[in-house]
Design a protein around this ligand. Structure first.
Ligand code: PLP
Length: 410
């Protein structure tokens, strides 16, 4: 028999969402008339903007005509999209990104998961705790960690606690690390790093020859001027950071699939002989070897996000979700909860009352209010004692959920 990749056996089962589903199903079986409202989902619910739909229809028609039909496109993405990305997301901020520094993909899950392949298996990894699980799990699979320990942490990984005590802004590690995953605005905490917070990390990376892997999947939700929407807004970041962006939460592409990664050409690592090698060159090699491009039709849809109509429609949808976030945040605060996030991200992170565990809180909320959320412990040990609610539901359900009697559990 062929030998498996033993690293996969280090991973616990993907317990979080299956356990939630199991507990909800059990409750529903015993209480069939319960009107359960789900505020746990991390997926959008509003449809694609009409400008995107029109562009997708037009592109589909082009595919039906041999004169305009497209086969394989450039693996890195069509110029009509990369040009828009630069013109709309970077140039206005004075950030100089070249077209060959952008790699269009099928979304940020793939990119944040695959990026570790261009780093040595010996690289030291730092992740925030709690964390979007993809960063950690893909490094476990690649053998960059030891085993899962009793404290819920993998040996050999540097965890950066993000709690109310440090205002969800992680402290710099005391040891040297090579790869630092930062997600801003953050899933699951819904909080964001200020310009000064992020500058601290860019300076650390510059001093330590480390690389920041900056996931900005929720950049479109930023409302505060002190929160950078790109890591490259920080001086010197182009020599130390890779940035991931996604159309998923920006424009409702979770089921349509499009994102992109920026790998600057003057971001270097070193090879076994100590020679400087450009990460851009390596990612280009990886991308062109393992990926055959995002669908033309989808890229046309993504480019339409930047049209005047597209921008207006996307902003309306984001405002809709952020109004839900405000409703949740203010109602929970009124009910005496300590609430975080929800200002620059569609997630609200609440502290469980009297330090009850996040799973106990899950059960209480389900049983007493018939509301489903996500226990913070599912995102890492420092998520224990916290709970995530999302603003991606309908306005009606958000209001109905807030009208329930939260005093039963506060
Ligand atoms: N990064 C973060 C922090 C996310 O929360 C998500 C999705 O929930 C993703 C990336 C995945 O985005 P995509 O749909 O582009 O794969």
């Amino acid at each position: 028999m062929a030998r498996i990749n033993d690293n996969y056996e280090k991973l616990p089962g993907s317990y979080l969402f299956s356990e939630i589903a199991k507990r909800v199903a059990t409750y529903k079986e015993k209480n069939p008339s319960a009107d359960i409202i789900r505020l746990g989902i991390g997926d959008v619910t509003r449809p694609l903007p009409p400008a995107v739909i029109a562009a997708i229809h037009k592109a589909a028609d082009e595919m039906a005509d041999e004169k305009t039909f497209r086969g394989y496109g450039p693996e890195q993405g069509y110029e009509f999209l990369t040009r828009e990305i630069i013109a709309r997301n970077y140039a206005p901020k004075g950030i100089d990104i070249a077209e060959d520094e952008i790699f269009v993909s099928d979304g940020s899950k793939s990119d944040t998961g695959n990026i570790q392949e261009i780093f040595s298996p010996t690289c030291k990894v730092a992740v925030t705790d709690p964390v979007y699980p993809v960063y950690l799990d893909t490094n476990v699979m690649a053998g960059r960690t030891g085993d899962l320990q009793e404290d819920g942490r993998f040996a050999g990984v540097t965890y950066l606690p993000c709690t109310a005590e440090n205002n969800f802004s992680p402290d710099l590690p005391t040891e040297r690390v090579d790869m630092i995953y930062l997600c801003c605005p953050n899933n699951p905490t819904g909080t964001a790093l200020s310009r000064a917070d992020l500058a601290k990390w860019v300076n650390y990376a510059r001093r330590n020859d480390a690389v920041i892997l900056f996931d900005a999947a929720y950049a479109a939700y930023i409302t505060e001027s002190d929160v950078p929407s790109s890591v490259y807004e920080i001086d010197g970041a182009k020599e130390v950071a890779i940035e991931f962006r996604s159309f998923s939460k920006t424009a409702g592409f979770t089921g349509t699939r499009c994102g992109y990664t920026v790998v600057p050409k003057n971001l270097f690592g070193k090879d076994k002989d100590g020679a400087k090698v450009s990460f851009n060159k390596l990612w280009n090699r990886r991308h062109t070897t393992k990926f055959n491009g995002t669908a033309y039709i989808v890229q046309r849809g993504a480019a339409a996000v930047y049209s005047t109509e597209g921008q207006k429609q996307v902003k309306e949808t984001i405002a809709y979700y952020m109004e839900n976030a405000r409703i949740i945040r203010e109602n929970l605060a009124k009910n005496g909860f300590a609430v975080y996030g929800g200002v620059n991200a569609p997630y609200i992170w609440l502290k469980t009352p009297e330090n009850i565990s996040s799973w106990e809180f899950f059960d209480l909320l389900l049983h007493k209010c018939n509301i489903v959320g996500t226990p913070g412990a599912g995102f890492g040990p420092c998520g224990e004692g916290y709970f995530r609610l999302t603003a991606f539901g309908s306005r009606e359900n958000t209001i109905r959920a807030m009208e329930r009697d939260w005093s039963k559990i506060s």
